[in-house]
Design a binder for this molecule. Structure first.
Ligand SMILES: Cc1cc2nc3c(=O)[nH]c(=O)nc-3n(C[C@H](O)[C@H](O)[C@H](O)COP(=O)(O)OP(=O)(O)OC[C@H]3O[C@@H](n4cnc5c(N)ncnc54)[C@H](O)[C@@H]3O)c2cc1C
Length: 426
């Protein structure tokens, strides 16, 4: 049995029971081998098994060990790009289909949680908080686009008093309230997906890193003590895949971001911060994001290190940022701090595709993966089952690799990001 652990976090401390899955020993055969036990791999595996396929899932560490067990838990409607930009790239009709898929991404998450009885504190409500006048103009544009052009019914514009009623902070001048978005306990959601997969017949192996791949008519994955021979491979390692597939490394950039969680605040004090229990993100490029936890703490995330490494002093920096939003938390201790890697693409849209006809992949949700990774898993399952229209629509999103190749892409991006950080200060 594996003795590997999740990153030390509030999520790990409050995880539902999750007995370990054994490591892979020897050779196994299956229809589909999935590499990676985050939302992408888990939902692909679950949906494939529900279609009657024999599925093996390999996870290098533990299920939910990557971004899926560490994230801010914010379920955010839509993409990291305005629909107007997507229309320019794809045309109006395809953009509309992509919008519907983003809506399905949120819907399938809520449906899965209910269908499989996943205990993950799923809650509706999200505030996008504006810090400056420029942001208010951007919010008007978001309203025009999402509500008026795409018929999204869940948005409400907030003035200064409106946002103050939802977020007890002096920092914001307005915002948008989105009743269609929300938040959850990300690790418990991942563990629940794994349980559902297991019940549907997925064979899960933890502590089983894919060390090499063989492509061809009958592709295979090799681990330290085993080998999986399959008809299809699904690569779902996202920011944690490393150099396993050299063709894929330039397509995404792993960005490190950090989260802290306070000591318990008590019911009244926690409620006073966020009275309607919405998740919040501000509108800066390097944004603050936060929410209440089920045991009445504040979970606060932010920062972005484009080298992919943790920011030195990151915990103290985040504590400073938290107190800038909520000066009333000056006396509060921080009980937990951890970091993780988000995968971004050049155009900030998810990327799905095929390395070869029977090796599929999805990654690069650019901060929207809590909802979109589950959708990508579904599209992969559809494509493997032979219905690839929606997968192919997604695969047509135009992507380019990060400039500068593997060695130069980080310095180039750090410089580019510096400009956006400076812009946050204006
Ligand atoms: C700190 C943080 C905050 C975030 N906040 C939000 C948020 O609030 N809202 C939002 O929508 N998104 C957020 N994200 C992004 C979101 O978590 C991801 O988009 C999503 O979890 C991606 O899921 P995934 O399954 O593709 O990847 P992951 O969850 O990273 O899973 C990949 C898995 O593959 C495994 N793996 C890698 N290589 C191998 C190999 N060779 N063999 C076997 N296994 C392998 C890894 O161990 C890992 O468990 C955040 C991310 C981080 C890190």
């Amino acid at each position: 049995m594996t003795s590997r652990r999740h990153a030390s976090s509030w999520y790990a401390a409050t995880a539902n029971p999750h007995p370990p899955h054994p490591p892979l020993e020897g050779t196994v055969r299956c229809d589909v081998c999935v590499v990676g036990g985050g939302y992408t791999g888990l939902t692909a595996a679950l949906e494939l098994a529900e279609r009657g396929m024999d599925v093996v899932l390999l996870e290098a560490e533990r299920v939910g060990w990557g971004a899926s067990g560490r994230n801010g838990g914010q379920i955010i409607t839509g993409y990291n790009k305005p629909m107007a930009t997507i229309e320019r790239w794809m045309g109006r009709d395809d953009a509309r289909l992509l919008w519907q898929l983003a809506e399905e991404a949120t819907a399938q998450l809520f449906e899965r949680v209910e269908k499989h009885g996943i205990r993950c504190d799923l809650t509706r409500g999200f505030v996008l908080a504006a810090l400056k006048e420029r942001h208010m103009a951007e919010l008007d544009e978001v309203m025009r686009e999402m509500r008026d052009a795409y018929g999204y019914p869940h948005l409400r514009r907030l003035d200064r008093d409106g946002v103050a009623a939802m977020v007890d902070s002096p920092r914001y001048i307005g915002g948008l309230y989105d009743e269609g978005s929300g938040h959850l306990h990300p690790l418990n959601y991942a563990l629940g997906l794994a349980d559902a997969g297991l019940a549907a017949g997925v064979r899960i192996f933890e502590g089983s890193r894919a060390l090499s791949l063989e492509t061809g008519l009958l592709p295979a994955v090799v681990t330290a003590r085993g080998r999986v021979q399959a008809r299809f491979l699904v690569l779902a390692g996202n920011a944690y895949l490393g150099g396993l597939v050299p063709q894929m490394t330039g397509m995404i950039m792993p960005v490190a971001t950090q989260i802290i969680v306070t000591e318990p605040l008590g019911v009244e004090r926690a409620r006073a911060l966020l009275p309607n229990n919405a998740a919040v993100s501000d509108m800066n490029f390097v944004l603050d994001y936060y929410r209440r936890t089920s045991d009445h703490r504040l979970l606060f995330g932010g920062g972005a290190n484009y080298s992919g490494r943790d920011t030195p002093g990151g915990k103290e920096l985040l504590r400073f940022k938290m107190q800038r939003v909520f000066p009333q938390l000056r006396d509060v201790a921080v009980d937990y701090s951890w970091s993780g890697k988000v995968a971004i693409t050049m155009n900030r849209m998810p990327q799905v595709g095929r390395l070869t006809p029977n090796v599929l992949f999805a990654h690069g949700y650019s901060g929207h993966g809590v909802a979109l990774a589950g959708l990508a898993g579904r599209l992969i399952a559809e494509a493997v089952a032979g219905t690839d229209g929606r997968f192919d629509l997604f695969a047509r999103i135009p992507h380019t690799p990060f400039p500068g190749g593997q060695r130069l892409r980080t310095p180039a991006l750090v410089l580019a990001m510096l400009w956006f950080r400076l812009r946050d200060l204006l």
